[in-house]
Design a protein around this ligand. Structure first.
Ligand code: SIN
Ligand code: FE
Length: 293
């Protein structure tokens, strides 16, 4: 397997470097070891923000603390000053994450749609959840209630752990290999079922065949314990202070351990990619032989 994690110094990010663009669009993870300590750009929490670094800052009823694109903060337990501190920290990270993406892939520019930004204070190893929600199993991101018809999920992560703990990920094989392996076993798309889900409000809009296939891949990967153990993969600990960027709907990933991470999501039409043939929509369309959206 080709190297799935590509290391880049902040000083070498450049503006539209073709090698980084090709790697990102091939589903690799771009890794920036000095994101938190690079003078001109990057992000590190400020001293007063360290008060936010306790596990019970998160409302246990909510999976992640998040700041929506509109600026709504969710999931913080505390008074107004605490909430303002959290919103400020998350907003600062969001600005730096977007600046980094602006330099990496300038042509995405105004086509990027801002999603939510999260602060994740929980210990990954302690999370109790169903196999389907368990991100310790390798998967590509796909969401049951939010069909996206091929729109890309570009995510920027930073490990803000203050005690030296890495965020340990596994990164798996390229998307096309995943698709070729699992497509023969997935359930076929049934349009009337998608209509029923939409009418019942289970989905926010009609689930397309693309969305159906992505969910099937997500579930098939997570359900297959032999695959989880034996599939081509690398384990990597992202150290505190670093950042990493990937298309999480394409890069096969799992999180094994860590605490305190921030993440920002951007969405992009696959038509705005440098290489349109590299998207999961293009790959699945080619493998299936008909239009999926
Ligand atoms: C995921 O996107 O699967 C979770 C990543 C993380 O929490 O590190
Ligand atoms: Fe994920």
């Amino acid at each position: 397997m080709d190297k799935q994690i590509v290391e880049i110094d902040m000083a070498d990010v450049g503006h539209g470097n073709p090698a980084w663009i090709a790697a990102l669009e091939a589903g690799k993870v771009l890794y920036f070891p000095d994101f938190g300590s690079y003078g001109k750009a990057g992000f590190a929490p400020q001293k007063e923000e360290l008060a936010l670094f306790r596990e019970d800052i998160r409302d246990p009823k909510i999976r992640n603390i998040s700041l929506s694109a509109d600026g709504d903060l969710k999931g913080v337990v505390g008074d107004d000053a605490t909430k303002a501190l959290a919103a400020g920290m998350i907003g600062r990270f969001r600005a730096e994450a977007e600046a980094l993406v602006g330099n990496l892939v300038p042509r995405y520019g105004e086509h990027l749609r801002r999603g939510a930004t999260s602060f994740r204070p929980s210990v990954v190893q302690n999370r109790v959840q169903s196999w389907r929600a368990d991100d310790r199993r390798m998967h590509v991101d796909a969401f049951p209630s939010r069909p996206n018809r091929g729109e890309r999920l570009l995510r920027i992560f930073t490990n803000v752990n203050q005690e030296g703990a890495p965020r340990v990920w596994r990164v798996g094989e390229p998307f096309e290999d995943v698709a070729k392996r699992f497509l023969p076993r997935v359930k076929p798309y049934v349009r009337w079922q998608a209509r029923v889900l939409d009418a019942l409000g289970v989905t926010k809009s009609l689930r397309s065949e693309y969305d159906h296939l992505m969910l099937q891949l997500h579930d098939a990967m997570k359900a297959d314990l032999d695959y989880q153990k034996n599939a081509p993969q690398v384990t990597f600990g992202f150290p505190p202070g670093c950042a990493w960027v990937c298309f999480s709907d394409q890069a096969s990933h799992a999180v094994m351990s860590g605490q305190y991470m921030m993440e920002h999501t951007l969405q992009l039409s696959p038509m705005q990619q440098y290489d349109k043939q590299a998207s999961p929509l293009a790959i699945l369309t080619r493998l299936r032989g008909h239009a999926l959206v």
